[in-house]
Design a protein around this ligand. Structure first.
Ligand code: MV4
Length: 499
């Protein structure tokens, strides 16, 4: 068993991983940038080492710095969490080259799954359903235009190196094709440094259903059932739940088998997620494979009672999966809400500042995975997700009721959060009726405004925030904070955790 793990991450996932390690008697090492020196993950770990400059490239993305600390502290393994370096094949390789166990799949598998064209081809060859499309590598001599005629409009142009919607263009007719291809190439080049594209049949309002995979290094692979992740805003997940109301046992079995088949085909090891699109005719198609632990893994843990992070550590230590597919059962219903430091009243602009107070609900089957505490400074350097609020109940209506209660008792002062927005979603008839697809937020919350007077704590927080901003404005001679180097608009960029 690995004896010391360096957690190459911050926030709630770093705390989550540290706790799992400590329960297993594994010593933990935290790394932190200057602005994170007083963060909960630093206090939770057995040892901690500074990274210095808070910008991601100088801290949590800085491979030489992180490996140097790993060597200095004698960590045998590194857990990357999600986001940051978790899906960088070069980091996994650098760990291997340094004789340090990367807690995740091999660099080769990360590389393969990062290329959407190669991933789709691998899955199609394995008999996993893929979305009808065109890559230019078919060897059929078919042109892009001919492919569009074969597939039928609307079609979707995607970046092969992409994800999260960047470089995506919907094309409704042949006369739009050339311009769409050109602009998609430009965006893909600037976002990913790779302008390779692929074309797919555009699925209208699909569901995003993903299956959790656990695979050991002896070839054993199981799934831990599905997660419904369709409620996204700008390709950023907001609310996830399990099970999905769209799946019956037959469809669940077929998708689970496809997910396991996909993982086996590529020689996957450790925890991973196979993403599918489910269309209105209940056809499912492979979308992509995420080669990391995901934010929403917690809802799977609540309904299967499997500690995914502990199994990551056991698998990385060379243990065989001691649970078979028949050992895993799905019970009850779990919902996760992602708590973002964003102001839904101002176009979800990131909200930064001192967290003067945070009072979160506690209770039966309520789990709060957080990376913040009272008094920390929420900065614009990193992804604005502060915490995850997860509830479990015997059935979906009770889980919704529990989440409603929990959200209405989630109070933060000093930083504006999306909690009021989450409450509106949970209370919306379409959500309660299970009428969910990837356009849910665009369809029902296009010009979202608070449907009632904001809860009093939001008014207090806004007052404090204004006071704070006034103080800053007065102090800095009227700086609106939008053009300084640390403005959220300057640094947020693409540093969003998983999409
Ligand atoms: C699609 C699609 C419809 N048809 N592919 C969005 C980014 C990446 N996760 C894949 N995405 C989509 N791919 C085809 N052929 C619709 C989406 C999509 C989406 C997918 C999952 C979750 C949220 C989404 C929001 C908009 C579009």
């Amino acid at each position: 068993m690995i004896e010391k793990v360096l957690v190459a991450n911050r926030g709630e996932i770093a705390v989550r991983i540290i706790k799992a390690c400590q329960e297993m008697g594994i010593r933990t090492v935290a790394i932190y940038s200057d602005v994170d020196a007083d963060s909960p993950h630093v206090h939770a770990a057995d040892e901690s080492y500074p990274l210095g400059d808070p910008t991601p490239s100088e801290s949590y993305l800085n491979i030489p710095k992180i490996l140097a600390i790993a060597k200095e502290c004698g960590a045998e393994a590194i857990h990357p969490g999600y986001g940051f370096l978790s899906e960088r094949a070069e980091f996994a390789k650098a760990c291997a080259d340094a004789g340090i166990k990367f807690i995740g799949p091999s660099a080769d598998v990360i590389d393969k799954m990062g290329d959407k064209i190669q991933a789709k081809k691998t899955m199609a060859n394995a008999g996993v359903p893929v979305i009808p499309g065109f890559t230019g590598y078919e060897g059929s001599g078919e042109t892009l235009e001919q492919a569009c005629q074969r597939i039928g409009f609307p079609v979707l142009i995607k970046a092969a190196a992409g994800g999260g919607g960047k470089g995506m263009r919907i094309v409704d007719s042949m006369d739009q094709l050339a311009d769409a291809e050109e602009s998609a190439k430009r965006e893909a080049k600037s976002a990913f440094g790779n302008d390779e594209l692929l074309l797919e049949k555009y699925l209208e309002k699909p569901r995003h259903i993903e299956f959790q995979i656990l695979a050991d290094e002896k070839g054993n692979v199981i799934h831990l059932f599905e997660r419904e992740c369709s409620i996204q805003r700008r390709h950023q997940k907001v609310i996830e739940e399990t099970p999905s109301v769209a799946l019956d046992d037959d469809l669940r079995q077929r998708m689970g088998d496809a997910a396991v088949q996909a993982a086996k085909t590529i020689g996957y090891t450790n925890a991973g997620t196979v993403e599918f699109m489910l269309d209105h005719d209940r056809n499912f198609y492979f979308l992509e494979m995420n080669t990391r632990l995901q934010v929403e893994h917690a809802i799977t843990e609540m309904t299967t009672h499997v500690d995914i992070v502990k199994w990551q550590l056991r698998i990385a230590s060379g243990e065989e999966l001691a649970i078979s597919q028949d050992d895993v059962s799905q019970n009850g219903h779990a919902i996760e809400c992602r708590i973002y430091a964003e102001d839904p009243e101002q176009g979800f602009i990131p909200s930064t500042g001192k967290l003067h107070m945070v009072d979160v609900p506690d209770g039966v089957n309520i789990r709060h995975d957080t990376g913040v505490k009272q008094g920390v400074e929420v900065t614009p350097y990193y992804d604005p997700m502060l915490a995850k609020l997860i509830v479990y109940a015997e059935n979906r209506p009770d889980a919704i009721k529990k989440m409603q209660w929990a959200l209405s008792n989630y109070i933060t002062l000093g930083v504006t959060t999306n909690v009021p927005f989450l409450r509106e979603i949970i209370e919306h008839g379409a959500f309660r009726g299970g009428d969910i697809d990837t356009h849910f937020i665009d369809s029902h919350f296009k010009d979202w405004i608070m449907s009632e007077d904001p809860p009093v704590e939001v008014l207090i927080a806004a007052a404090i925030d204004d006071l704070g901003r006034t103080a800053v404005a007065t102090h800095d001679g009227g700086d609106e904070g939008h053009d300084d180097a640390h403005s959220p608009w300057k640094t947020m960029g693409a540093w969003r955790i998983d999409s």
